[in-house]
Design a protein around this ligand. Sequence first.
Ligand code: ADP
Ligand code: MG
Length: 687
Amino acid sequence: MELMDSIYELKGVGEKVGDKLQKLGICTLKDMIEHYPREYEDRRKLTPIEECQLDEPNNILARVCSQPQLTKKGSRIIVSFRVKDQTGQLTVTFFGQAYMKNNFKLGETYLFYGKVKHKYGYHEMDSPEYQKVTDEYNLGTVAKITPIYPSTAKLSQKVIRGLIDTCLKEVLPSVEDHLPERIRKQYDLVEKKEALQGIHFPKDSEDFFRARKRLVFEELFMLQLSLYQLKADFAKKLLGISHGVTSELRAFMDTLPFELTGAQKRVMREIVKDMKSPYAMNRLIQGDVGSGKTVIAAISLFLAVKDGFQGALMAPTEVLVVQHYEFIHQIMEPFGIKVGLLTGSTTAKQKRELLKELQEGMVDIVVGTHALIEDNVEIPKLGLVITDEQHRFGVRQRLKLTEKGTIPDVMVMTATPIPRTLALILYGDMDISIIDELPPGRQPIKTNAVSSDYHPRIYNFIERQIHEGRQCYIICPMVEENEKNSELRNVIDYTEYLKTQVFTQIPIAYLHGKMKPKEKNEIMATFARNETKILVSTTVIEVGVNVPNSTIILIENAERFGLAQLHQLRGRVGRGKHQSYCILVSDSKNKVTKKRLQIMEESTDGFVIAETDLKLRGPGEFFGTKQHGLPEMKIANLYTDAKVLKEVQACVGKLLQMDPGLSLDEHQELLNEMEARLNDESLHNAL
Ligand code: ADP
Ligand code: MG
């Protein structure tokens, strides 16, 4: 039989079973052998009947010592008989399966596996799994480590296990190993056949670990290889603009209010190199909150415009867009560069005008929300597209942009701290620059996690800071009172309380996502001008907001936020020269929650925080697997298998260096396998 044969070719798969298998996503024999166990039960160990634990599965070796009897209780058929070993006896019972009466013979020995219950003064094992034993002294063939499969209610473990066993016997001989022998030897990996046998029916734990390592390695290897290949394809195909570097750059840099940090300079050099090259830039700029990404965007836009092109900067929220616009507009104006703004509160008339000016090339840079890549926006001389925070262009969107004409350079800026190994998968098609240094003079933010009885002291502290001229954010998890979560602070009621009971002399404003964009902008602007001192808000200010005079962020019900989110929120302070503070209030007694808040107290390093969060919660939740399009893995775990992933990345790198087109004979298998994967829709969706 062949791997790609349908499951219906397999003995024991009729219409009924076939249907159920398909529900599990198993259509071919290949799917079947790649349906890996979810866990294992060690049934090598036997329990004497006398020592069986009640209500737990036990594995017993016993002889049938009474003739099986068939009785009826109402319409229910019951088959039962007694079994015994040297230590005791119990009753074995089957329900609704009359044929069981003839399955067991007096005097024969079986291995039974099932829960033992205490019923009417007797010990009873209901509907156990069983296996006949012909040689009591050679149990190795029956008492084994037993795989438990992901399954549906209607498909018993015994059936699915039996099918996989049959399937392995049929197809293993024709399974080919597409990992070259050289790599297998170097990384100490067992052969594919051995690995498949070992993952389903391991003889012992070593056998299992060897098998798993090999399969994990292979899965990650194929993923990485395909990603590199895609990346190389795009690099090859996307001939873009070769930007010249204007002589005005020096003068422009001199007008900036600060000198770039070493890390910013390095990243700028990487960008300039990309912009000069004839290929389209596709670069991810990663830098912790406050590391100074905006100015990098501004300089790059300046270069593109001075080279005769137009530029676009996109950000996820209107508040952020307006803030970027103001900064960029202000530093570009002296150089005769016209900057436009496109947001949800741009009126229809303004928008018409802007689109016209963009189309005619009168506006050089447009700052806006995602609406910018909509079809009706025409930017004929688009040379550089930058997205800030959150959003990234997938390969598909890049292709869409290219349909608009010349292929622009693309840059994505993010503060999401992604471990490098994962970044290679998430952003496998992009080059990565890292700003790993904060601007000078920043004092580390002081963080304290406290319970709500600290409120009086916290309010006093805020008041003193405000008297010294500083400002404060207060974050609540809810917008307004909500019946289900009435114990949680909400923006509306809490603001009212603070205004009337606590800070009666201090100007307070509030902000949340349900407000109209225009209103939000005005509130943000008054806060930025230091006219309001306290801003009570939901997480709408989470990304990007920059008011360096704010030195306190008080986060209520801190247990409601993810660590990455808390880190982002905390990044709203500590942006200027003053000592800043983050106060996390939580009354949660939950151990994990306490641990997470403690990490916030101990570290201000986004990477450390992300990594700890990954450990506590797993990568899916941290990144939101769907949102980031982490490809689905059959056996590998992108986080816990990080060590293997590193090995794999080094291995694939070397391989492609040696044989970039995989044209050597020994790599033919690999090439075929990879091409099959590149045609796989799910991989493309992940990019
Ligand atoms: P983020 O990386 O979080 O987007 P921003 O670009 O908003 O950070 O920068 C944070 C603050 O640091 C801003 O007030 C910005 O003006 C300031 N800044 C950026 N680069 C420098 C620098 N090299 N020296 C001093 N201050 C800087
Ligand atoms: Mg930013």
